[in-house]
Each structure stands twice: as structure tokens, then as C-alpha cells.
Design a protein. Sequence first.
Length: 418
Amino acid sequence: MKILKIDGGRKLNGTVKISGAKNSAVALFPAAILCDENVHILNVPNISDIDSLNSILKYLNAKVEKKSQDSFYIASCNIENKEITEDMTRKLRASYYFMGALLGKYKKAEVSFPGGCTIGSRPIDLHLKGFESLGAKVEQKGNKVIITADELIGSNIYLDIASVGATINIMLAAVKAKGVTIIDNAAREPEVVNIAMFLNSMGAKITGAGTNTIKIKGVQYLKSCTHEVIPDRIEAATYIMIGALLSENLTVENIIPEHLEALIQKLLEMGVDLKIDDDKIYVTNKNKLKATKVTTLVYPGFPTDMQQIIATLMTQATGESKIEETIFENRFQNLYELRKMGANIKVVSNKGYIKGPTKLKSEDITATDLRAGAGLVIAALIAEGETTINNADYILRGYENIVEKLEKLGAKIKLIEI
Ligand code: UD1
């Protein structure tokens, strides 16, 4: 296990460059399998989830070559379509994208159920129903799913929930199917658009990504392309909130402000001093923060991935803030850890009530999942004295060089393996 030790209470100033988006990169790497030549992916974040995906790609005999610090060539021409077992899939949620990608290319996928953060039950029934609509047979044997098809044929698919994972997985399966697939009530997240653009650069015919209705006209061959991962809006949000609490001047650069609209509106409502430029945001903590209310929603609503992070900000705002989590049922574990640090928090089913401001004290706390961990890093940066965050492995799954980035801003932070 890795632990983070953070000696908090310091001002953090300077510039931080945001890396490529985890949730986009983790779909692009499995999607690379669909290419009949090779792909070059740029702006790839250096995070452990990418290492896990690369191990799976190499196990399948794909050629994965690191071309620079943040770019990879992937050649999938000689892939062996083998079973991907639980020891590989449980490391991350995004391992489910091998189902859509292998099915799309070889009409067969044998993949165990995915792992990932324990933030709720997280079924994948919509992914599997989508594959069935395309003509595949889905069998579950123990913890693995065997998906086979003689032929994949485009169809009309309505998603009961606008799921990011299901939308992307169905796109992967449908891109080479015969005829036209229409996904209705599709997820509109920027990561979905980034994957659709990647496939289109290879020669796919996908329209409507970023709207509720995505249309995919199947093609037979996908050619080489170069594609860039979009900036990580959740990492950006994390550093912007650090700035709102601890900076006289912090520049968060390499961002797409439009992807952060819901957060920006909330921060302005809370009184955060922000200046927005084309691809950067300047933030300081010069104003007192006011309490606010957040309800998580699908994009372009307030992202569930940011609620555990804004919770820490709320502990420093005057008045009672409220978070209503509508996407995942178990995403408040961070609130119990914040309470240990002195925060005044009440949890009632899917609602968290946070009264502030309260001084946070250093503690021995635990990251229960990736974004809980990010919220706790911020709490540790505010608290006077040394805080220990156990299970920091979760945080490294999604934050590139977090120790180096925070040190550069002036934090006192150490990563220790025990
Ligand atoms: C992705 C992100 C995650 C983010 C989430 C919501 C990745 C690797 N992870 O997760 O960081 O928090 O989107 O923005 O990109 N659902 C079903 N059946 C399904 C699929 C989903 O009931 O087959 C439900 C889920 O339980 C959840 C909701 O739909 O309540 C949304 O889930 P979804 O958008 O699929 O999230 P993930 O793809 O798991």
C-alpha cells in the first residue's frame, strides 16, 4: 500500500499544467484495438490505470510503444483474441471497454467483470443489452462474460440511463457493424465526444456525439491516425479548488473552460475569485466562501466525480452546504473521513449536509476511492500539521504526478510505500 504524508497549512502558488483526461484515455487505449493499422495517441496521462490497460494490450499481443513522455503508438494488427481474466479486469473499471472493442473487431469477447472504485453497485446491464441489440449472444459464466456474434447488425438502442460506459462500449461494438446503429439517450460527456472523434479519425462514420442521439454507420476498415486526449476536467477542477482555498495566485493551464461550466458557476456562487482565459483559469483565495447546494447530474450538469472534491471546499464556506448525489449510491465515504478531521457533516441517505467554516485538523485518514482521495488531499493541504492518507494507490490511478505537481506549487508532500 502507498500512503501520502502531507504537512498542510501552506500557501500554494504558481502554475500547474493539467494532463490528459483519465476517462478519455482509458477508453482510447482499448478502442485502439479496432484499428486495422496503428494509432498514435498524444497527451496520455502517466497514471496507473494506463499501465493496467497497457498490460492487457500487451497480453493480447498488441504492440505498445511509448514514443515520448506522453505519447504511445499502438499496433493491434496481430492481436490474439484471448480471454481477459479477473486478475486483469479487476484493477480498473475501464477494462469493460475490451468487451466492445474485441466484439467489434473479432465478433467475440471473453472478459471478466470490471473492478474500479466501490462507489455503488455499478452494473453493466446496459452495455450487455446494447451488444445483444447488435445481434450478439451474451452468456455469463461465473464472473466472466462471453459475448459472441456471427454478425453484428446496426440497430436502434435506447439507454434507460445516459451511461458514459455503455455509450462508449456500444459505439466500439457498432463501429464495424453492418448498417446503422442509433444510440438514443446517449451520454453527452466530453470523453464520449473524444472517443467518437478518435474513431472518426480512423475512418468511422459517427455523428451526433455530444448530443442525446449518436448515429453510427458501420465501416469495414479502420486506418491509422493520430489523436490527442482532451484535458482532464476533473484534475483541473481539483487544482482550481486547491487554488480557491490556498493560493494568492494559481494558474491552472491546459484546460477547456467549457467542460468546467457547471463547476465554474458553483464556484462563482460560492464567491471564489476566478479569471477565465482561453485555455487557463487564474484563481485566488482572496474572498470568503459562501455555502452552496450541489446536485450531481449527467453532463452538462454538475459531475459526480467533482462532488467529493467540492465537499472539502464546503467545509470552509460559511453556512450549510448540501450535496445531493443522484448517480452513485455510495459516494460519501470521504465525508466520514472529513468528519474525523473536524468537519461538521451529516449524511442522510444520498444527501450530505456540511456546515462551515470549520478548522480541519491533521489526522490519519483513508482514501476509499479515487475522488474521495482527491478531496482528502485537499483537506490535508488545508489542515495544520501532518496528515497521513492511507490507500493512496487509488489517487495515483487518476492523478498524474500529483506529488511533483503539488511540490512545485509549494506543498510539503511525500509518497511512501509500506
Ligand atoms: C464513468 C466514469 C466515472 C464517472 C461516471 C459518471 C470511466 C472509466 N468512469 O463511469 O468516473 O463517475 O462515468 O460520470 O469513464 N448504470 C447502470 N447500468 C449500466 C451502466 C450504468 O445501471 O449498464 C448506472 C450506474 O450504476 C450509475 C449510472 O448508470 O448509476 C451512470 O453510470 P455510468 O455513466 O455508466 O458510469 P461509468 O461508466 O461506470
